[in-house]
Design a protein around this ligand. Structure first.
Ligand code: SF4
Ligand code: SF4
Length: 184
């Protein structure tokens, strides 16, 4: 026959002593947490933080939008005609990119769009601090995607790419120059 007893004052004091000893031991150890946002994490430069767009390289070919498994890339473009020069030749058409949006509330950061782009127009940038209080504000246009090019590491940039000057605050998206010139 076994008997059980209620914990006495001595047991409680012993338990309290053990707890305090554990606290005292951990007090002397260095902290392994970072005080973000006061202390930025030291991420590898090739971190997959956000998708950046090099607009002048985009030909509006739509390949990235078609391959995106989340269907979260939205592209609009139109064609413009380039008249032949004074020396003659044929009129040519080129695509003008009107809209390039990525909805980061749907993006799964798979990188397929970057992999499939045949014109080196999409890159991983290490930026990650673009959370929003409203999920609808995670839809970013080409102006914002372009600002993230500043953080793309040199080792990932296409040959011959020259970084622009100091950063400019993102403006509302405006129709801009296209890229690929297509014979009519
Ligand atoms: S980003 Fe690349 S794949 Fe996507 S439309 Fe532009 S050129 Fe095509
Ligand atoms: S990273 Fe993946 S999910 Fe996100 S936009 Fe690119 S293809 Fe789509």
């Amino acid at each position: 026959m076994t008997t059980s007893r209620e914990p006495g004052a001595l047991d409680l004091l012993r338990g309290l002593g053990k707890g305090l000893a554990t606290t005292a031991k951990t007090l002397a150890r260095p902290a392994h947490t970072r005080q973000y946002p006061h202390q930025e994490p030291d991420l590898p430069e090739r971190s997959h933080g956000v998708v950046a767009l090099l607009e002048e390289n985009c030909t509006s070919c739509m390949l990235c939008a078609r391959e995106c498994p989340s269907w979260c890339i939205y592209i609009d473009s139109h064609k413009e005609t380039i008249e032949p020069g004074p020396e003659g030749g044929r009129a040519r058409q080129h695509n003008v990119l009107d809209r390039f949006d990525i909805d980061f509330s749907l993006c799964m950061y798979c990188g397929i769009c970057i992999e499939v782009c045949p014109f080196d127009a999409l890159f991983w940038a290490p930026d990650f601090a673009y959370a929003e209080g409203d999920i609808r504000n995670l839809l970013h246009g080409k102006a914002k995607l372009g600002t993230w090019m500043e953080r793309v590491p040199d080792s990932a940039l296409p040959g011959g790419y020259v970084r622009p000057g100091p950063a400019v605050a993102p403006q509302a998206d405006t129709p801009d120059t296209g890229s690929q010139v297509v014979d009519e």
